[in-house]
Design a protein around this ligand. Structure first.
Ligand code: SF4
Ligand code: SF4
Length: 99
C-alpha cells in the first residue's frame, strides 16, 4: 500500500479562516531570540503545516496562521517561549473530519 504524504493528508482538512491571527511571535525586535539565539529555528521544522517561515532578508519569522492544524507542537519546541498560540474562536480554524 502506498504511503500517504503529510501534504496529501493536510489537503483533506477543512479550514474556516478567522480574521485575526491566533499565533503571535512575542518578541520581534532586532534583539529577539529568533534573530540572535535560535539558529536551528525548531518552529520552522516542527510545524507539520508549514506555518512558520524564516525570512532572512527581514530577519523575522513569518506566520501563516490560517494553515495551523492546532497541534500545539510549536509552543513546546520554542526554546525561548517566544510563541503565543491560543486557539481560534469556536467554529473557526481547522475542521477535522471523522468517518
Ligand atoms: S523556535 Fe522560537 S525563538 Fe526559535 S525561531 Fe521559532 S519563535 Fe523564534
Ligand atoms: S499548533 Fe501545530 S500546526 Fe499550528 S502553528 Fe503550531 S506546530 Fe504548526
Amino acid at each position: 500500500m502506498e504511503k500517504e504524504t503529510v501534504e496529501a493528508k493536510l489537503g483533506l482538512l477543512d479550514y474556516k479562516k478567522y480574521s485575526q491571527t491566533h499565533i503571535t511571535i512575542r518578541n520581534t525586535s532586532a534583539n529577539a531570540p529568533c534573530v540572535k539565539r535560535c539558529p536551528d529555528k525548531p518552529c520552522v521544522t516542527v510545524c507539520p503545516a508549514k506555518v512558520y517561515e524564516w525570512e532572512a532578508a527581514h530577519q523575522k519569522i513569518l506566520v501563516a496562521y490560517e494553515n495551523c492544524i492546532e497541534c500545539g507542537a510549536c509552543r513546546m519546541v520554542c526554546p525561548y517561549d517566544n510563541i503565543e498560540c491560543d486557539w481560534p474562536p469556536a467554529g473557526h480554524g481547522v475542521k477535522y473530519k471523522y468517518g
